[in-house]
Design a protein around this ligand. Structure first.
Ligand code: SF4
Length: 718
């Protein structure tokens, strides 16, 4: 008996203790990581969480967010039952309703709108988590609406858009085999532990590391060369590196002669960007620009690790990224082992080296058979290149203008209005809807404005299919049943499809049958996957040769890598639609708006990550928030703070012409003088209030979150 007590105290899994380990994955941050979890279960409750050694990506590790899984799962803010609003929007007054009533009310509301205005007047939005996206997009299209939209409209899609404009098919960095890694404005030590481990391993085997980042970060600490630029000047830096590579004849002449379009015009254009000019435009010293260009072009194979969103959160983001990705072609590092190597995604953007029918599943209707997507009128390049979705950043405009057709209802899965620039404007727009449904794990502020709120559950309470770029695949099983009366997001989607009366055989067949249908070309079945609760390596991985373009050409209009974009060329004449990757400073910068800069002298840079937070998802957890007790706070360089008489934790006001917020000052040397950095999404200091809704990149529609102008005033001592 004593022994059992001892084992129980140590949480040892044995038949006597009744403790067992169940496998799952963490998707608090999502989707490249999806770290493996070992969950210790006793009497149906998770009593301990560890990283799963069997998971080949995370190899037994968890970050501080994943380690806080129990606080995430058992959080007191969890939504418990479906709710129907009884008070004014925002008041948080709801009554409990049954799932049947909730789904029938939603289905009746959506079908009424479809009959009156057309199916396009209902938008289907996905925030986090991401496993259910294929099913949600199918639901939208099967209903007849082109308006599947997601948070990717402000995250990775514009990076993909930039790469697709240059190469047709994006190539990811082959971290395991590269001899020189150019990390462009990304800090994997805070955002992607697997990439961070690969960088450390690479350094051990002698890999060169160049990092471009306006800030000092753990990644820049490992760099051979850190190019510390001013926010939004990345394009000028890339063009300046190209100047060195071209003029010192370090480029791949065979590749540029035989496989590219527009090289001569690009070559002529980069002559404007000597390293000295590069220094003037970016702030990075000319000798470092030269050294970085030589290193990147000489240590082959070399790869560029792009960020999902840092470079594209600028009013010149896509052009900047086109200039950056042009370096990959210029040096012949496209689609080679150790370079930016092209893998075919298997499911949810990850390549398990298997062929699936994901695309046929998510796109049951052709775009041509539906009205134009949200954002199609303003962002034609998006529509030409991005197959996945409408441009979600345009949702508030579309709701307010009713043009080219009205949007009357939105169902959001994890919709957070604070993600939009002019977040208050987004909230006002949601309040104009006839019908707003939000599905979430927690009672969020956005949920308080919904007409119906549906409780969903965490990754450990459901089954989901995930692929890893390592040729690994998992179909998880619930470690515990969904808590309270919550349901997995996929169950909600399938339930709604049923109530909507959709004539869709795959929805009728059910969730698991749908996954088997998607997996069918791979020869892998769910029955097989269920025998491997912690996942399995792909039995017969597809072989993907290097330089696939030699056989197939590039998936661009010219069939070549395009220094000069034929897609953008179609729209030339519109401001920002230059076919070459032309550099312009951010719209609100000292260079582009000198008068404004007199009153607002600081560069406002927002939205970087901290290791314990991912957007707003872990702000509510006491374990993670205790790691940053003075949060929310704004980073200000210590020299600027001294000059303005600001001390640590004093309250300061950050203002733009749009609005102002008051927040505690965090004095640091990690950012350069003249720059203010603020984390995003905090309800007590929402920095997105400071941005105009139309402060965006004309090609992608992405907000310029990472470079605007602001002023700083001290409000009070701490
Ligand atoms: S939150 Fe942390 S543990 Fe969870 S998937 Fe992301 S990196 Fe892994």
């Amino acid at each position: 008996m004593k022994d059992v007590q001892r084992l129980l105290k140590k949480k040892i899994p044995t038949p006597e203790t009744g403790i067992e380990i169940r496998k799952s994955i963490c998707t608090i941050c999502d989707p490249r990581t999806q770290c493996g979890l070992d969950l210790y279960i006793k009497d149906g409750k998770i009593i301990k969480v560890e990283g799963s050694e069997e998971n080949p990506y995370s190899k037994g590790t968890l970050c501080s967010k994943g380690a806080a899984t129990r606080q995430y799962v058992y959080n007191e803010d969890r939504l418990k039952t479906p709710l129907k609003r009884t008070g004014p929007r925002g008041a948080g007054k709801f009554e409990q309703i049954s799932w049947n009533e909730a789904l029938e009310t939603i289905a009746a509301g959506f079908n009424d709108i479809k009959n009156e205005c057309g199916p396009e007047s209902v938008a289907f939005y996905s925030g986090y988590a991401k496993y259910f996206r294929p099913y949600l997009k199918r639901l939208a299209h099967s209903f007849g609406s082109p308006n599947y939209i997601s948070e990717s409209s402000v995250c990775y899609q514009a990076t993909a858009l930039s790469q697709k404009l240059v190469f047709g098919r994006p190539g990811g960095p082959d971290l395991a085999n590269t001899n020189c890694l150019l990390v462009w404005s990304s800090n994997p030590f805070y955002t992607n532990p697997g990439d961070a481990r690969a960088i450390l391993k690479g350094k051990e085997r002698g890999m060169k590391l160049i990092v471009v980042d306006p800030r000092e970060t753990p990644t820049t600490a490992h760099a051979d060369i850190h190019l510390q630029v001013r926010p939004g000047t990345d394009g000028a830096l890339a063009l300046s590196m190209a100047y060195v590579i071209i003029n010192e004849k370090l480029y791949d002449q065979d590749f540029t002669s035989n496989h590219t379009y527009g090289f001569e015009e690009y070559k002529e254009y980069v002559q404007l960007f000597t390293p000295e000019k590069g220094e003037e435009l970016t702030g990075a010293p000319a000798d470092k620009i030269r050294a970085a260009a030589r290193m990147y072009a000489s240590f082959k194979p070399a790869a560029i690790l792009p960020s999902a969103s840092s470079v594209v959160h600028h009013t010149n983001g896509v052009q900047n990224y086109r200039a950056i990705f042009s370096l990959v072609g210029l040096t012949g590092n496209y689609d080679i082992i150790g370079g930016n190597y092209v893998k075919t995604p298997s499911f949810l953007h990850r390549a398990a080296f298997i062929r699936t029918r994901e695309h046929e599943f998510v796109q049951p209707k052709s775009w041509d058979d539906m009205p134009p997507r949200i954002g199609a009128d303003r962002f034609p390049v998006w529509v030409d290149v991005i197959d996945e979705e409408g441009q979600a950043m345009q949702l508030p405009y579309h709701i307010r203008s009713g043009e080219p057709y009205p949007i009357k209802a939105v169902i959001g899965f994890g919709l957070n209005y604070r993600m939009w620039p002019d977040s208050k404007g987004m909230l006002d727009s949601l309040n104009k809807l006839d019908f707003f449904v939000n599905v979430d794990i927690f009672m969020t502020e956005t949920c308080k404005y919904a007409d119906i709120v549906l409780p969903t559950c965490t990754s450990v309470e459901l089954s989901e299919l995930r692929c890893y770029d390592l040729g690994y695949i998992i179909y998880t099983q619930p470690a515990i049943p969904p808590l309270y009366d919550s349901r997995p997001a996929a169950d909600i989607i399938y339930g709604l499809a049923n109530k909507l009366g959709l004539d869709d055989s795959l929805f009728k067949a059910g969730y698991e049958a749908g996954i088997d249908w998607i997996l069918e070309p791979s020869g892998i079945t769910l029955t097989e996957l269920k025998k491997h609760p912690s996942g399995m390596f792909t039995p017969k991985p597809q072989q993907l040769p290097e330089k696939k373009y030699l056989k197939t050409g590039f998936k661009t209009p010219s069939g070549k890598m395009e220094f000069k974009s034929k897609i953008i060329e179609k729209y030339e004449g519109r401001p920002g639609f230059e076919a070459l990757p032309v550099y312009k400073p951010p719209k609100f910068s000292k260079e582009a708006a000198p008068e404004l800069a007199k009153e607002y002298p600081f560069i406002l840079n927002t939205g970087s990550r901290l290791p314990m937070f991912i957007h707003t998802r872990t702000y509510r957890l006491t374990w993670t928030s205790s790691l940053r007790p003075n949060f929310p706070s704004v980073d200000i360089n210590s020299e600027d703070a001294l000059r303005l008489g600001i001390k640590q934790d004093d309250v300061i006001r950050i203002s733009t012409p749009k609005d102002a917020i008051e927040v505690k000052a965090n004095l640091t040397q990690m950012i350069q003088p003249g720059i203010i950095h603020m984390y995003h999404g905090h309800p007590n200091a929402d920095v997105n209030l400071l941005f105009e809704g139309d402060y965006f990149d004309p090609l992608s529609g992405y907000p310029g979150f990472k470079a605007a102008l602001c002023k700083v005033e001290k409000v009070s001592e701490r």
